[in-house]
Design a protein around this ligand. Structure first.
Ligand code: 4AD
Ligand code: MG
Length: 502
């Protein structure tokens, strides 16, 4: 590793001669001065090269530095509010380490498909860089929270012989001629481990063959799952509440500037305080069927229709400009690029508008017994200003392992945590059925092969106790905290239906 200084340390190195190594973000030569924005992986700063006798030997090189050229620069840095990153470096020496010609991702708009095909380069961009740093902080805080609170890390297998959640979303793998599945959850294995260690957690990639291309679904995502012996549903919910608060607090503490740069309304995150709302599925159903979803969606429709008209007008203007005579080629290119982005936004908006009547129908005609759909979750979460725990879902829409409520056999002791601002489910959890007969009955009811679950039934044969836990999806949490429209930007290399390159 180089002994070079890092941009993040510049506040402590003001006035000293330092050497930085990194890449050129953009270059603006102007006469006797060259200004280039520079990043080194720890931050960004502005570099200035002034044409003097001392800089003569590399001034021309500096002038022609292209985007993403790798360079080492020496000079002195001082605070400069107007510069990116808040620092400006006066360069006294410069050397190119690796050239970069025609870097494909320029500051102009590109369209999302273009960018995802170049994900390996795209995450050098400032916005993507920030998101992945926040993701790393969230993951660090996940581990800290559980390690600091007496949970033992148990790594659960990725090759699983049987379904842990629903059988529809299993990825089958040929395991020396026998079928096994990629893990959908580590939970069943954790239940075993919590009888040994009391409080445990697993954290790793999980796989779901989700055929839906929604903004909330990946086929490979990261999930952390705690599991606690001798715990009731409300004990588990209390842990989830503290846990989510700790994640938000940590990001607020370490990433204020980053959040602002992402355009995140930080005050919305500052509201994330205990207690969260706790409502039952029945209350959620009443809310959906009441007058408020209609008001909300009608307001949406008006706002989105207005925005659509705005977009259409702008696209028409830009298209006109491209056809006009006497317009420079670069201006035409710029207009064409902007049209790509606007068209993309338009496409999404038109789809959202088309879906509003459908979502409204789903909400107002919501019948007891169904699962909450994505749009229902969005509505419920938007009608609350803090996260909402929805508990006691109908038994038959939930997984076989959930504990039947002893006062009402139609519902289970489960919960989903819905993040605010329309983000929807970030956690799913429950108390587990600890009673052997009831569990066996559910296994049969779901048509699951009993022999695959014999080991799991053993946990109910030998010292079974009330226990429970939950799973938090990392990408949905990152998307919520960073306010991303789509979960795909929340993971370095997203895997979705139809997307697995690079
Ligand atoms: O609600 P889920 O399916 O719950 C479980 O897997 C339980 N075994 C967890 C437990 O109790 N130990 O998934 C938990 C969370 C969801 O709330 C969501 O955040 C995330 O995992 N998740 C997904 N994230 C991205 N793409 C998908 N396809 C996801 N499916 C679930
Ligand atoms: Mg769920």
């Amino acid at each position: 590793m180089s002994k070079h200084a890092e941009i993040r340390d510049l506040p402590r190195r003001v006035g000293a001669v330092v050497t930085l190594s990194g890449w050129v973000v953009k270059n603006r030569p102007s006469g006797k001065l060259v200004f280039f924005e520079f990043r080194d992986g720890t931050g960004v700063c502005q570099c200035v090269v002034e044409r003097t006798e001392k800089t003569e030997s590399f001034f021309d090189t500096a002038k022609h530095l292209s985007q993403e050229a790798a360079v080492v620069v020496t000079g002195t840095a001082r605070p400069e509010d107007r510069a990116a990153g808040g620092f400006e470096m006066h360069v006294t020496d410069l050397a190119v380490v690796g050239a970069s010609t025609d870097y494909p991702i320029t500051p102009k708009p590109h369209g999302i498909d273009f960018l995802f095909k170049r994900r390996h380069l795209w995450f050098r961009s400032q916005r993507q860089w920030i998101i992945l740093r926040i993701r790393a902080t969230i993951i660090d805080q996940i581990r800290r929270f559980f390690n600091d609170n007496g949970f033992v890390l148990i790594d659960t297998p990725i090759f699983a012989p049987a379904a842990g959640e629903g059988s529809q979303t299993l990825f089958k793998v040929d395991y020396f001629g026998e079928p096994v599945y990629l893990a959908q959850t580590g939970q069943l294995y954790l239940e075993a481990a919590c009888m040994a260690h009391r409080k445990v957690y697993c954290f790793g990639p999980t796989f779901r063959a989700e055929k839906s291309k929604t903004r909330r679904h990946l086929t490979e995502f990261w999930m952390v799952e705690p599991e606690i012996a001798y715990a009731s549903l409300s004990d588990v919910i209390d842990v989830a509440e503290d846990f989510v608060c700790s994640l938000v607090d940590r990001v607020l503490r370490d990433h204020q500037r980053d959040l602002i740069e992402l355009g995140r309304d930080v005050s919305q995150l500052e509201r994330i305080r205990k207690p969260f709302y706790r409502i039952r599925y029945d209350d959620a159903a009443d809310l959906l069927r009441g007058p408020r979803p209609k008001e909300l969606l009608e307001r949406d429709l008006a706002a989105k229709t207005a925005r659509l008209a705005e977009l259409d007008q702008r696209v028409a203007e830009l298209e006109d400009r491209q056809k006009q005579g006497g317009v420079k080629q670069w201006e035409k290119d710029k207009a064409a690029a902007e049209v790509i982005d606007l068209r993309e936004e338009r496409g999404e908006l038109a789809e959202q508008i088309a879906n509003i009547p459908h979502h409204l129908k789903l909400a107002t005609e919501f019948t007891w017994g169904g699962d909450l759909g994505g749009s229902d979750e969005t509505i419920i979460s938007r009608l609350h200003d803090r996260p909402v725990f929805v508990t006691h879902y109908p038994k038959h829409v939930k997984a076989f392992y959930m504990r039947e409520a002893r006062d009402n056999a139609k519902v289970v002791e489960n919960f989903d945590l819905l993040a605010p601002e329309g983000f929807g489910e970030v956690i799913g959890g429950s108390a587990r059925e600890e009673d052997y007969d009831r569990l066996l009955h559910r296994i049969h009811e779901e048509g699951l092969p009993q022999e695959d679950y014999e080991w799991y039934l053993d946990l109910r044969r030998y010292g079974s106790v009330p226990h429970g836990g939950f799973g938090l999806g990392v990408e949905r949490t990152v998307a919520w905290i960073c306010n991303l429209k789509h979960i795909r930007e929340a993971i370095p290399y997203p895997r979705m239906m139809g997307r697995f390159y690079p």
